[in-house]
Structure formats: structure tokens, C-alpha cells
Design a binder for this molecule. Sequence first.
Ligand SMILES: [Zn+2]
Ligand SMILES: [Zn+2]
Length: 242
Amino acid sequence: MNTASRLINSFLNLIYPPHCASCGKSLKATDEAQACQACIAHIKRNPRPYCRRCGRSVQKAQALCPECLKMRPSFSSAYSACLYEDPLKELIHKFKYNNKRGLSKVFEKIMIDYIADNHEITDNVDIITFVPLHKKRELERTFNQSELLASAIGRVFGIPVKGCLEKRVQTKNQNELSRQERLANVKDAFAIKHGMENIVKDMDMLIIDDVMTTGATLNDSSRAIMRGGAKQVRCLTLARGN
Ligand SMILES: [Zn+2]
Ligand SMILES: [Zn+2]
């Protein structure tokens, strides 16, 4: 946010005090975050140990989860900071569909703290990218939630953020579909953006997204980047569903 829009925002906050997007409690007029501390404290972290490939919480350390035993994904590893459960689930929904852009501040902080505790997520990463929205959907939503998160992470860790991917096919919203439908829905929906081919070649990439459930979106995005000649792809999401 630039100084002018920050000023306008503070002014609007004085007239219409902001409320927590989850519990509705009033927030301080100076608060940019749009969620109260109590609701933030209730967000459930993704419990260790994780599947060493896809980041899903598993019983035994170093084990692969049943999904990764069945099929090897295109990414080398994936990490998720939290579980996709309320109040986070509700907050993410409001962030994306009710234009609660200020929630990005809450999510960015969680992801940045998570990386600070898990250095292997960004160690040797050359470029950060994000899961793109289809052009039409981005116009409707006015922002790409994953791009906002990626930009904040890149700024803090000093890693360049580049929009390398595009979504060629407008797929249905993943949250409206069953597991089988989700896997079929995104197949080959993503490709390297025209003119970005040289950017990903031989690079160590990190893809950011808000939620990972079946992993189909991140698997397809990673496959496109690996086909483009990247050295390795890692993924990081704010939340993990099952
Ligand atoms: Zn609250
Ligand atoms: Zn796994």
C-alpha cells in the first residue's frame, strides 16, 4: 500500500471502524489486519511430523503419506504452515471472495514466521512464483491472493518474485468439486507464460499458493515449470486440507 492509499484507509477506518472478519469484534482504527488476535491465535498449525514430499501431517517422521507412495508428484517437496480448518478456512474464504484484502497481512506473517522456523523451504531458492488465476477470474477478483502472499515473502527473504505461470483453461473452483473431479479439473491447465521460458530454466523455484488439498493444482503447476527446464520446484501454501 502506498502512503496515499494508507492515509485514505486510516481515514475510512476512523469513520467505519474495522471488524474481525471471523468473529466480528471491533478492531483498532489503526489495525490493517482485519482479524483479531484471539481468532489469529486459534488458527491451527500443521502438526509435525510431515510427509517428506507433500507436507501432509503423518504419524511417523520421514514417512511418505499414502498419496505420495501411490504417485510421485512433480514438485520435490511441499510445505504448509497451517491446517485448512476454521477459523482460517473462513478467513481465507473472505480474503478471496469478499475482497478482505487486509487479511493478507495476517497470512503473510504466518507464512514468513513459518519459513523462519523451516529454512529448507527457501534455502537456495532462486525465484519465487505463484499459482496464477485465469485472466477472467483475476479481473473479477481484482487481485490474485497467491501473488500478494508471494510478493510479501519475496520482499522479506530477498528473493525475486516473478509471475512465470499462466492459467490457460478456466477451470471450475476447486472447492466446488469432489476429490476425483479436482484431480481431473486442473490437468494441464497451467503453462509457462510466453517469454518466461528463459527465466525458469535451470532455476530452483518455489511456488506459493493459499491452500493445498489434493495437491493437483500445485502438481500441475510444478509439472509445467519442470517441463520448462527448472532444476527443482518446491511449494509452500498457507493452509493444508486433506
Ligand atoms: Zn476475531
Ligand atoms: Zn505426501
